[in-house]
Design a protein around this ligand. Structure first.
Ligand code: FRU
Length: 507
């Protein structure tokens, strides 16, 4: 291993202790108005990408990029939560702080596997600013390794893949798996010509890695970096996914600051990847980035995304925390794209489901369904054949001020719309998702938390994740139908509250 750069600058347990004290200080004044009940978030501080998602010694482990010192990005550590059942989560001690010279400016994203020796092995990126202060001159990044016998305490092993060319400005986010006796690693690279690529390495022993090939190169020369790549099999196909920097918005697509998506194709070890589909976004909402997948012990492919608050204003930053994951989703193949459905375990959080039965609503009218919902899991089916209204949907987080986030079917667009146009807090704007109308029905499932909305369209054929920061007062849910000659026909509608995911609620 690369000795000079693995020089130790600080003692990990002292650094973790200091970081935990800072989290506790921020928590003491945390404002809970938008703090999630049923999504993973840090007790305080900033989080970004899910890292090291794994199942080890009877528990699911979710680590995450964490700034324990404030509610903005910086000082990257690894935070940690774990769960026995994917429903109830326990806060674990912080997992990693920057202590080596190579990670002086942050322990960046990475993944976890159960190693050949039975230890949980983490591959992550050691990060330094090239100019010692900020990203103006790019990064010095290397792939590092750490091991653990309990998933809680980690021993760092230093650099396993140094950056081979000092003209490379981004070189990070290793994702590792084993197949046919060989270990594979992919990570994102911005080449000296600033092209976004994914490189593949292989290893026999988990410590010595050999360059295999450039497994994917983004066709668009404006895409200069592919962050957090992932590569996994589904049925007889392989999926390559990445979070693209530099992709420009076009029509309804790629409207976020950076955008996460995938392509599907075929791959054999030792060969090239053959792409067979176009690029699809993972999620059509405002806030979804840097997802990571892993395999559950029963073989399901699961994914968590980071609900990325890229666009200012970001009002939760005033509250001592910032950032949450999506709910865990199961990923399956649906023709040329992926179906993403909240894991079935998530329904264990359901409480007091209320059935509103079939509803016929005149256009330009509304019906209040719930007076105050901090959380909700809504199931709704719209009969598209029998409805003439131009917009049919729900106002979520509706407060007395008139603030709300609208989730509706828009017949003019033929799409589902998630519109935050009426909100006092946070970025406004709308996003849309396409709808397959062939069945004449539209199924929507809407998961509402204190500061977010996730919309699952037609059993996960599309999905949208967005923050939604309600104004003061009770948060109602209102059914609306707008414009047209006739009615809206809702064939079924039910709403449950959701319990907390925390084994020990923070307060
Ligand atoms: C993606 C990302 C990764 C990096 C990490 C740093 O959001 O930029 O590429 O490893 O976050 O926090």
């Amino acid at each position: 291993m690369n000795q000079p750069t693995t020089k130790e600058n600080a003692d990990m347990s002292a650094q973790l202790d200091k970081a935990q004290k800072s989290i506790d200080r921020l928590f003491a004044t945390r404002n809970d108005r938008w703090y999630p009940q049923c999504h993973i978030a840090s007790k305080a501080g900033w989080i970004n990408d899910p890292n090291g998602l794994s199942y080890y010694k009877g528990r699911y482990h979710a680590y995450f990029q964490l700034n324990p010192y404030g509610s903005e990005w910086g000082n990257m550590h690894w935070g940690h939560v774990s769960s026995a059942d994917l429903v109830t989560w326990r806060r674990e001690p912080l997992a990693m702080a920057p202590t080596l010279e190579v990670e002086k400016d942050g322990v960046f994203s990475g993944s976890a596997v159960v190693g050949d020796d039975g230890r949980l092995t983490i591959y992550y990126t050691g990060h330094r600013w090239r100019n010692g202060v900020d990203d103006d001159d790019g990064n010095l990044q290397e792939q590092c390794m750490a091991v653990s016998s309990d998933g809680i305490h980690f021993e760092k092993k230093g650099v396993v893949i140094p950056c081979p060319d000092d003209k490379i400005l981004h070189f990070r986010d290793p994702k590792v798996w084993k197949m046919g006796g060989l270990w594979y690693m992919v990570f994102g690279v911005s080449t000296p010509a600033q092209r976004g690529e994914i490189w593949m390495y292989t290893s026999n022993d988990m410590e010595h890695w050999t360059f295999d090939r450039v497994i994917y190169r983004h066709p668009d020369p404006e895409v200069f970096m592919l962050e957090c790549p992932d590569m996994f099999p589904l049925e007889d196909k392989w999926v390559i996914c990445y979070s693209a920097m530099g992709l420009k918005p076009h029509g309804f697509e790629a409207r976020n600051h950076n955008n996460a998506g995938y392509v599907i194709g075929s791959w054999q070890p030792g060969g090239d990847f053959h792409q067979e589909t176009g690029f699809h976004l993972w999620d059509d909402g405002h806030n979804f980035y840097a997802p990571q997948t892993f395999q559950a012990p029963d073989g399901r492919r699961l994914v968590f995304g980071w609900m990325s608050p890229f666009t200012e204003p970001i009002p939760m930053q005033e509250d001592g925390w910032c950032g949450q994951f999506t709910v865990p989703r199961e990923v399956t193949l649906a023709g040329d794209h992926l179906r993403c459905l909240p894991v079935r375990e998530f329904s264990d959080l359901d409480q007091d489901r209320q059935d509103f039965g079939p509803i016929e609503l005149e256009v330009n009218s509304s019906r209040d369904l719930v007076d105050d919902a901090q959380t909700a899991d809504i199931n709704m089916e719209i009969d598209l054949n029998k409805s003439q209204a131009e917009r049919i949907g729900l106002e979520i987080h509706r407060t007395q001020s008139g603030d709300h986030t609208l989730v509706c079917y828009d017949d003019q667009l033929g799409r589902v719309v998630l519109d935050r146009h009426c909100n006092t807090y946070g970025d406004r704007g709308y996003r849309t998702a396409p709808v397959d109308k062939s069945s004449g029905k539209l199924k929507l499932r809407i998961i509402v938390d204190r500061g977010s909305v996730e919309v699952v369209v037609n059993d996960g054929l599309e999905i949208m994740s967005s923050y939604s920061f309600p104004a003061e007062g009770p948060r109602g849910i209102r059914l609306i139908a707008e414009s047209g000659e006739g009615k809206a026909l809702i064939s079924s509608l039910s709403i449950a509250k959701l319990g907390t995911i925390w084994e020990e609620p923070d307060r």
